[in-house]
Design a protein around this ligand. Structure first.
Ligand SMILES: N[C@@H](CCC(=O)N[C@@H](CS(=O)(=O)O)C(=O)NCC(=O)O)C(=O)O
Length: 219
């Protein structure tokens, strides 16, 4: 079909940022959901998983693994990676920041309940990460984080904002510039469509999702 094919669990995990970026770029994609360990073992046997891991994205004749590599390839291909190495460097810095913040949330449901520290996630979001993006947008005085064009960094910042708001709805109360950024980027037609019900955006993880991941990956 020519469309990229995403193979992962039927949930967010590491693949959700790939769904966001493809959707923002207006690229339609197909999905195969891993529900059984047999599916996963077959992928390994067929040599589809370089490191025996998913996400797997089949795109342009490649079987890509490693989330960052996948995202970088899509960003470059869809002109969402700035206009030169310096802009790309800033996009990488901002993307790694939002990835670190989202990583805390992605691992949360897999952390034993007594070890979960939601307060730390909110503290990091409001004292380490969001102040940076608020300042960058304010100083840059543009609609977007890098250059004056929409990029991967903007997509992932919106994804991160929405994920943190799911945990703490008031998290942007001291970040007026980020509030305006959220409204503006959410209204970009391709993103607006992805945010509507019925899109391929996945819901927050639940117990069933965690159980499925553990079941599929069991050796
Ligand atoms: N660095 C890799 C890590 C991928 C990874 O750890 N994937 C897990 C699944 S999940 O954590 O994304 O849910 C996996 O396949 N684990 C199986 C294994 O590592 O044997 C990436 O970013 O893609």
């Amino acid at each position: 079909s020519g469309k990229p094919k995403l193979t992962y669990f039927n949930g967010r995990g590491r693949m959700e940022s790939v769904r966001w970026l493809l959707a923002a770029a207006g690229v339609e994609f197909e999905e195969e959901f891993l529900e059984t360990s047999e599916q996963y073992q077959k992928l390994i046997k067929d040599g589809a998983l370089l490191f025996d891991q998913v996400p797997l994205v089949e795109i342009d004749g490649m079987k890509m693994v490693q989330t960052r590599a996948i995202l970088s390839y899509i960003a470059a291909k869809c002109n969402l990676y700035g206009k030169d190495p310096k802009e790309r460097a800033f996009i990488d810095m901002y993307v790694e920041g939002t990835a670190d913040l989202m990583g805390m949330i992605i691992t949360f449901p897999f952390t034993p309940p007594q070890k979960r520290n939601l307060a730390l996630i909110i503290e990091r979001a409001t004292t380490r990460y969001f102040p940076v993006y608020e300042k960058v947008l304010k100083q840059h005085g543009q609609d977007f984080l890098v250059g004056n064009q929409f990029s991967w960094a903007d997509v992932q910042l919106l994804e991160a904002i929405l994920m943190v708001e799911e945990k703490e709805p008031t998290v942007l109360s001291n970040f007026p510039v980020l509030q305006a950024f959220k409204a503006r980027i959410s209204n970009i037609p391709t993103i607006k469509k992805f945010l509507q019900l019925g899109s391929q955006r996945k819901p927050p993880p639940n117990d069933q999702y965690v159980a499925t991941v553990i079941e599929v990956l069991k050796k």
